[in-house]
Ligand binder design. Structure first.
Ligand SMILES: [Zn+2]
Ligand SMILES: [Zn+2]
Length: 700
């Protein structure tokens, strides 16, 4: 934001002109399905007029200057600049590959004019090569080029389905080379007015930036025909993109790029698994500590997946996309999947192939997660095995991977998924984006963060779908917390692989089985012992610690336990960007006063926002995730620590603190088991907005 210039616009023109113009546009709209050629100059009819009542703010981001109504900031969320910068970087790299295959070299602003070697993305690309109409460049030919600010007839056809202010589309037009046209579509007439003004303001109409006003789904369904599909579809809706996915997987061209943002993290994080199922076709497991009543005693299992929230969300979205594509003999190949701030964002390519769709079942997995200790196991939905003659044989998978009771703590398992269990990224592609952004840091305002996040991604273990977090490992056994370096070193000494994850700074992503992890924690506990008499005999901690470790953990720090991105001091994990950050509320009519009222409401509701249709059971479950204030009241630190250790052996806990409600209290009376749970914000470690959640390089 430091660079953004904020200017006040005074409106001068008349409402009558504007409504006349809209009427003209609506006429145009009724003439049947949209056609890029027919709507060449969609920006013409509206001219320069602005609504008279609007006080406007303009913001400069990237190469775009955007005007939006001051009172309605739904049209601009500065926190998402990273998302938009990254999207420009990804589409640029995608254009480099796609146009490179046609013998066209793209010219990226700020890049030195060297012939880049274009490497094909994947084998699908090779299968496709023969379909290309233009032959590859013959040796000695002058390369054709495509620069920013010029139309490339063989370039990418881009659709932004829910364009709001048009910011993304304008940035694509002004910053990404090799585009044939960009469609900025929004169903709302107000948004379309705004997009038109911004297209004028940025002088991009000559770049075939078209402004359409269709229901996004209808628009995409009308572009299912192979010749009318888009090469890039960007969906950045308010909340869930689920209603648009079926149309999107059909409207994207062969090998085309689908970019999808999800901000409905409460649903994807398992706050109501059944809602997640109805939207995405998968049960999300709740990431907060699970509270279980076992024979009158409170057994607190801090879910090991707690930090996994955002990875689970990414994998559910990918599962959902692949499943919908499968209906049409298509399948997705993820290029890059990002968890950032309050949203997740996936970039996938969509291909067609009846034979390859058969492999989709074996790419998805159910998750069994222990409610006591949080250990998890994945169960693939199908089995793909190599048969004779190099052909792949598909069959039903065998399971379950766990016994009815957890082998470590004796408690039950919850079932989540199916999730996408294959890699989240195409590391080759991520490497290209990383290289381009690192070599050209002045191109994006958030280049430093892109570099940090992508560097961490290249360090992630690609074949380990989920991770444990440090805090939950130690809080489950009620012991002190080893440093991440110590834990990583112990895993490496024991012969396992381990990595961090861009989605959480405390992540322990490892191919070690949960039994080995618990062995390491048992060894750690021996160095700083937990008083056994304070543990209930049925608690996960007691059961885990009563078994002797089968391996001797070595916590001596190893050099290779320190990730290169950390050694180099890259900006890997984002601190809270600004006050009241988060997804913007829906666009609504109303002037400045409404905006201020909204601001106040947001302040009150911060971190408490919920899905609109929450039923009483959901609400009760949500309230139970917040600690009861009365329960915690009037206790000095020593008492609190004792309480935390003794809680398992004190079933009638209604006498704790000053809360008299006992079991009837709508808030949680469980002891906070770690810093993460005491924060009581419904989001996970990296992403907790609020004081104390800031994180930077070297925190671990
Ligand atoms: Zn367990
Ligand atoms: Zn209470």
């Amino acid at each position: 934001m430091s660079r953004a210039r904020i200017v006040l616009w005074l409106s001068l023109t008349l409402r009558s002109a504007r409504s006349l113009c809209r009427a003209r546009f609506m006429e145009g709209q009724s003439q049947g399905p949209p056609n890029p050629a027919a709507m060449e100059n969609g920006t013409q009819p509206c001219g320069e007029e602005r609504p008279p009542e609007a006080q406007e703010t303009t913001v400069t981001e990237g190469a775009a200057k955007i005007a939006f109504p001051s009172a309605n900031e739904v049209f601009y969320n500065p926190v998402q600049e990273f998302n938009r910068d990254l999207t420009c970087a990804v589409i640029t790299e995608f254009a480099r590959i796609q146009l490179g295959a046609k013998g066209i070299q793209i010219k990226v602003p700020g890049e030195k004019d060297v012939q880049k070697v274009v490497v094909d993305l994947s084998e699908q690309e090779e299968d496709k090569a023969e379909l290309k109409e233009s032959p590859n460049l013959a040796p000695g030919d002058q390369p054709r080029t495509a620069a920013v600010g010029e139309i490339c007839e063989e370039g990418l056809r881009v659709l932004e389905g829910l364009a709001a202010s048009g910011l993304r589309s304008i940035r694509f037009a002004r910053e990404v080379p090799g585009l044939q046209f960009v469609v900025a579509n929004d169903a709302s007439a107000r948004a379309v007015d705004l997009i038109r003004r911004n297209v004028q303001l940025n002088d991009v109409a000559h770049l075939r930036l078209r402004t359409w006003s269709f229901a996004p789904r209808m628009l995409m369904y009308q572009h299912q025909k192979a010749s009318e599909r888009f090469d890039v579809i960007d969906l950045d809706p308010y909340g869930s993109p689920a209603p648009f996915l079926d149309a999107a997987v059909q409207a994207v061209s062969e090998g085309g790029l689908l970019c999808v943002t999800c901000t409905d993290m409460a649903v994807l994080a398992g706050n109501s698994g059944e809602t997640c199922y109805s939207k995405y076709g998968a049960m999300a497991l709740k990431s907060r500590a699970c509270h279980e009543m076992v024979s009158g005693e409170v057994a607190v299992g801090a879910g090991l997946m707690a930090g996994t929230t955002h990875l689970q969300a990414l994998r559910i979205v990918l599962h959902s996309l692949d499943l919908r594509a499968n209906c049409y003999q298509r399948f997705v190949v993820p290029l890059l999947s990002i968890s950032a701030d309050f949203y997740v964002r996936v970039f996938v390519r969509v291909f067609t192939g009846q034979a390859k769709v058969k492999a989709s079942a074996s790419k998805q997995a159910l998750v069994f997660q222990c409610v006591g200790c949080g250990a998890f196991h994945l169960q693939r939905l199908g089995k793909a095995s190599g048969a004779s003659g190099g052909r792949v044989k598909f069959s039903a998978a065998c399971g379950p991977p766990v016994a009815p009771e957890c082998e470590h703590c004796g408690q039950r398992h919850q079932l989540g998924g199916p999730l996408w269990a294959e890699p989240l990224h195409d590391l080759d592609f991520v490497g290209h984006v990383l290289e381009a952004v690192s070599a050209n840091p002045s191109r994006f305002h958030t280049a430093e963060r892109i570099r940090g996040v992508l560097s961490v991604i290249t360090e992630e273990l690609p074949d380990v779908p989920l991770y444990y977090t440090l805090d939950q490992l130690s809080s489950t056994v009620h012991c002190s917390t080893p440093s991440l370096l110590q834990l990583r070193s112990a895993l490496l000494h024991a012969g396992f692989r381990v990595s961090i994850s861009h989605a959480c700074k405390n992540a322990v992503k490892t191919d070690a089985p949960s039994s080995a992890l618990w062995d390491i924690m048992r060894c750690w506990e021996k160095e700083c012992p937990v008083k056994r008499e304070r543990l209930s005999e049925t608690s996960p901690a007691f059961r885990i610690l009563s078994v002797e470790p089968r391996l001797q953990a070595n916590f001596t720090i190893r050099d290779d336990a320190n990730p290169s991105s950390r050694q180099r001091g890259l900006k890997r994990f984002q601190a809270n960007p600004e006050a009241n950050w988060g997804p913007r509320p829906r666009a609504r009519p109303g002037g400045k006063a409404a905006g201020e009222a909204m601001e106040e409401r947001r302040r009150l509701l911060q971190n408490k926002r919920k899905e609109p249709a929450e039923d009483p059971a959901q609400q009760a479950a949500r309230l139970k995730t917040f600690p009861c204030k009365r329960f915690k009241e009037k206790r000095n630190p020593t008492e609190a620590a004792e309480l935390q250790a003794k809680v398992h052996s004190q079933p009638p806990y209604s006498h704790q603190g000053t809360c008299q409600r006992g079991d009837q209290c709508c808030y949680s009376h469980s002891p906070p088991t770690s810093k993460v749970t005491t924060e009581a914000t419904p989001s996970d470690c990296q992403n907790s907005p609020g004081p104390g959640a800031a994180a930077g390089p070297g925190v671990d």
